[in-house]
Ligand binder design. Sequence first.
Ligand code: DAH
Length: 371
Amino acid sequence: MNEAIPQLLTYDEASLDRAFAAVAEEVRGGTSSLETSEAQEAFRLHWLGRKQGRLKLISEAWLKSAPAEARKPLGIRFNQLKQEIEAALQAPVAAAGAAVVRGIDITLPGTVRQPGIAHPLLETMQEIVRVFHHLGYSTNLGPQVETDFYNFEALNFPQNHPARDTQDTLQIADQGAKPSRDRLLMRTHTSPVQIRTMVAQAPPIRIVIPGKVHRNDAADATHSPIFHQVEGLCVDTNITFSDLKGTLDHAMKALFGSGVKTRFFPSFFPFTEPSADVQISCIFCGGKGCRKCKHSGWIELLGCGMVDPAVFASVTEERRKLGLDDDAYNPDRITGFAFGMGVERIAMIQHGISDIGQFYSGDMRFLEQFA
Ligand code: DAH
């Protein structure tokens, strides 16, 4: 390793550059193996050792015998070389560019990668879906860009009917040339997937439909123009309103605890008859009355009802167009119930969240609370 120092014969700039470049090359060759403190110490001794270090030898061989006018250019290069050697001893990365791992301290904590979590909204949506999976339901999905027919018409919302006002939506541009039933819009609810499912498949049907829906609503603490629903549909022979009540009572107890009570209030939806709003006893005050339940003791949670025969009629008409003239949805033989709930509302009640906007803010301080 300790090669002899080559002799310097000429002192012009080019010769000096060449001589020092060769030594610098030698230095760099040695830095690629500075992985342990022992290797570093050996490198330091080899180059900077006070008696036999190569820098000392170079200084003796080149500087001492140099003519006076060569002292300055020699000195400058000598100092540069020394700095390069010292830098190699400081730098964590070898001159060759390879990463140098200096002594590893295995007692230091490692780099911890934060595991991801499901978003609280998706968590609640899954939870709702799971309750129905346990009852034998399967999952269906449908498009968010929907036709007027599936979103409104087939669900018994006639053109210009005031019930459409409650679900003002966003229309896709340039649809005016199409017949109204084919015009595209952002779906306002997951109910159109009821129709898609029944057109495609004969009873018995037991499905849940989780998904994103859109409305032309201004955002406030409890509204968002984009939100999520879980829809349900059960169609078979002999399905009655008591099946609906039993199923939803069970689902509410599964979601909010076995202590909650349910009650069914008359309501209106064009696609169910009769229709009802389901309320649960207030989970904050146990039904005594508090601010959260506006002192009524009850919280309104979802809509439901028995599938309107007009809906079966629309389904049958569509199936006939597809050549499925099978009487599968004859309302004299077939009945069903449907329900739809807002995921945000349920998640807000579950977690005591008062501002819906938190779900969409992407604020880690909010999200990390669900980790
Ligand atoms: N689609 C209704 C809405 O978004 C909710 C709903 C009510 C769905 C009653 C249903 C139902 O399936 O039976 O307001």
